[in-house]
Design a protein around this ligand. Structure first.
Ligand code: AMP
Ligand code: MG
Length: 385
């Protein structure tokens, strides 16, 4: 199949003329990849079991891993769900349109092929002007998982989509690089207690502000135990793993204590090194130490003849003397790190390194989603320093 590429001229104000053909492809049961504020989605008619089948086939995705139905306005929610629970309504009112997916009890209109056989349906209303307008013009809810081959990093540019899906789908709508760069937050609001099933740009703290307390599915914070059934079926699959072994570098609690205890040997050593190099105005003691240790470890591996890469940050980049390093963004801006994360992981796959050391980040706010994706890519391998 030949894949058509449509480039949107002004992504903030797409013209209907630019999207009508894509909408028609979707209505007729075809597949169209399009930008959203999170990552690029691979769209198909969510009410058409056959279109759902095509999505699974193009991605190479197991068909019991359910799809998210995307809508353009509140009126499109009612027909998809049996009931809009109170927690669901409160979150939708506050965060839609936006990077939040809500899981509701499903209506009979939604085919089991879309929901992987579940009695619930996941729904999101994207804020991206291209995505939102395309869904509106299509006139049906659009199922849209990330537009990558299953097992690769999610696509954050049309080029990433092209690499994975050219020849397998009818069309790619090119709206430039996405804004956020990580998949939506998923909250299950179908039961009595709302539960976060996947962290994203709508953070636990933001959801807590609306609902009071909110639970977090254990699949988010650690490796899945063999006998536990995750609530988001996608969580059970081995996620993207880089071709090289990814290892996260994390500071022990004890290290952090010593780093800030005047008089400790570590305090003195780090103060001296940072002072000598005139660093203290630029990075904090923890980041400095993490980079220092990561570089040491990477150099040792290089000596053994392994091809090593490092994921660093703008603040720490110059601390590294290893051959291959890539900055993932600014420590002072979690948004920049989320934005670049998947592109950097894709780049490392192309570079052909055997082992990758990555700095780690605080796990609050957006950091929880960043560390969730990094931990999954690393298979929870950590180098504690
Ligand atoms: P993707 O669209 O590739 O970002 O993945 C969609 C994610 O949403 C997967 O992890 C699914 O398991 C999850 N999901 C979709 N529908 C449901 C549902 N009805 N209940 C729980 N999780 C869902
Ligand atoms: Mg995905």
């Amino acid at each position: 199949m030949e894949t058509k590429r449509v480039v949107i001229r002004d992504v903030e104000n797409p013209e209907d003329g630019e999207l009508l053909e894509a909408a028609e492809v979707l209505r007729n049961g075809g597949l169209v990849a399009f930008p959203t504020e999170t990552v690029y989605g691979l769209g198909g008619n969510a009410l058409d079991a056959e279109a759902a089948g095509k999505i699974y086939a193009a991605k190479g995705r197991p068909s019991d891993n359910p799809l998210i139905a995307h809508i353009s306005c509140m009126e499109e929610l009612e027909p998809l769900v049996k009931e809009v629970t109170q927690a669901g309504r409160m979150l939708a009112e506050r965060f839609w349109p936006g990077p939040l997916t809500l899981v509701f009890p499903k209506s009979d209109k939604v085919p089991c092929e879309t929901t992987g056989g579940l009695g619930t349906v996941a729904v999101r209303m994207p804020s991206d002007p291209v995505a939102n307008r395309l869904i509106r013009l299509t006139g049906v809810p659009v199922a849209a998982p990330s537009a990558n081959i299953s097992g690769r990093p999610s696509p954050t540019t049309a080029e990433h989509v092209w690499q994975d899906l050219a020849g397998k789908i009818e069309m790619i709508v090119d709206g430039g690089p996405v804004g956020i760069g990580l998949e939506s937050t998923i909250v299950d609001v179908s039961g009595d207690e709302p539960v976060i099933l996947r962290p994203g740009a709508i953070t636990k703290e933001m959801i807590g502000d609306i609902l009071g307390n909110v639970e977090i599915d254990p699949a988010i914070t650690g490796p899945m135990k063999a006998n536990v059934r995750p609530k988001a079926p996608g969580m059970k699959y081995r996620h993207y793993a880089p071709k090289g072994d990814l290892v996260l570098v994390e500071l022990k609690e004890e290290t952090i204590r010593e780093l800030y205890r005047p008089g400790s040997a570590l305090y003195k050593e780090v103060s001296r090194k940072m002072g000598e190099w005139g660093k203290s105005w630029k990075i904090d003691r923890e980041s400095f130490y993490m980079a220092w240790k990561a570089n040491q470890e990477a150099l040792a591996m290089e000596k053994q003849g392994r091809r090593v890469g490092v994921i660093c940050t703008e603040e720490t980049a110059e601390e590294y003397t290893v051959k291959v390093k890539r900055s993932i963004g600014k420590r002072s801006s979690a948004g920049s790190i989320a934005h670049n994360l998947y592109a950097v992981l894709r780049e490392f796959d192309d570079l052909g390194v055997d082992v990758i050391y990555s700095e780690s980040f605080a796990e609050d706010h957006l950091g929880q989603a960043i560390m969730n994706r990094l931990n999954k890519a690393a298979g929870y391998r950590v180098l504690w320093v």
